[in-house]
Design a protein around this ligand. Structure first.
Ligand code: B12
Length: 220
């Protein structure tokens, strides 16, 4: 059953959504639950768009509303980590042709809270510029956020170019976003795929933990 928050987001009831989020935050509710309910609402807005019950205007309104709700939730998510305790570097990006960024922003916030340094390169990023940034930043992870099928080839292009430059094996590559599947991961040549930001955070934490263990045993 849909929560009231999810229903109000689908109906684009801005005031009701924002006042409910404020109220529940004050009452000390887990902010992650509200993020999940809003995410569910966004997926259903997408369904309405698909069947032409909603149009671009509604997509845009829902995007703005989600952003406003996140702005309220952000301060309740926790403290950021000190620079000296950084667990690893992560580039997050939405590739050429795609300007969706809400999921990427949620993921960035959660990773930051877990102690990762985030290099958010934004949206509609050119593959060659991204390859240069990977060379420059040398991140532990590259995370693609993808909401449009037209991004599959440019993401594959980046990974192919990283292979040619001998950089592919120096980092783990994740792909996420509502339309991605394990098949997309295999097609582009990534290491991990999810449609759940928390699973992405878990993947990064586990990989870093394993890397630290290997180092401690005298590997790498
Ligand atoms: C809001 C929205 C918009 C907003 C975006 C606002 C913004 N700033 O992002 C606007 C209005 C701009 C928009 C535009 C368009 N959109 Co739009 N949009 C959506 C909608 C409704 C919600 C997306 C969203 O933000 N969800 C909420 C977030 C939180 O969820 P999420 O992205 O999945 O992220 C979560 C996880 O996946 C994960 N995650 C995300 N990224 C990553 C990355 C990694 C590494 C990891 C580990 C995890 C992770 O973390 C998040 C939290 O768990 C979707 C519907 C849907 N089903 O997704 C359509 C949808 C994505 N849009 C669609 C379309 C067609 C368009 C347009 C082409 C419409 C048009 N005719 O112009 C344009 C494209 C513009 C462009 N060039 O990019 C289609 C895509 C179809 C396809 N298969 O390619 C969808 C699926 C709607 C539909 N059902 O047809 N859109």
């Amino acid at each position: 059953m849909l929560s009231q928050l999810t229903k109000n987001l689908i109906e684009l009831e801005r005031d009701k959504v924002l006042s409910e989020v404020k109220e529940r935050l004050i009452q000390g509710e887990d902010p992650m639950r509200m993020i999940e309910e809003c995410k569910e609402g966004m997926a259903l807005v997408g369904e309405k768009y698909k069947i032409k019950e909603y149009f671009l205007a509604e997509l845009m309104l829902s995007g703005d509303l989600f952003k406003e709700a996140m702005e309220l939730i952000d301060p309740y998510l926790g403290e950021n980590t000190a620079e000296s305790d950084i667990k690893g570097k992560i580039i997050l990006v939405t590739i050429k042709g795609d300007i969706h960024d809400l999921g990427k922003n949620v993921l960035g916030t959660l990773l930051k809270l877990e102690g990762f340094k985030i290099y958010d390169l934004g949206v509609d990023v050119n593959p060659d510029i991204l390859v240069e940034k990977v060379k420059e930043i040398q991140p532990d992870f590259l995370g693609f956020s993808s909401l449009l099928t037209v991004t599959f080839d440019p993401m594959k292009e980046v990974i192919d170019k990283l292979k040619q430059a001998g950089l592919r094996d120096k980092l783990k590559i994740m792909v996420g976003g509502g339309i991605t599947t394990p098949l997309v991961k295999d097609y582009i040549g990534a290491d991990f795929q999810t449609i759940d930001a928390m699973e992405g955070v878990q993947y990064c934490l586990e990989y870093i933990k394993a890397k630290v263990l290997v180092k401690a045993k005298g590997g790498i």
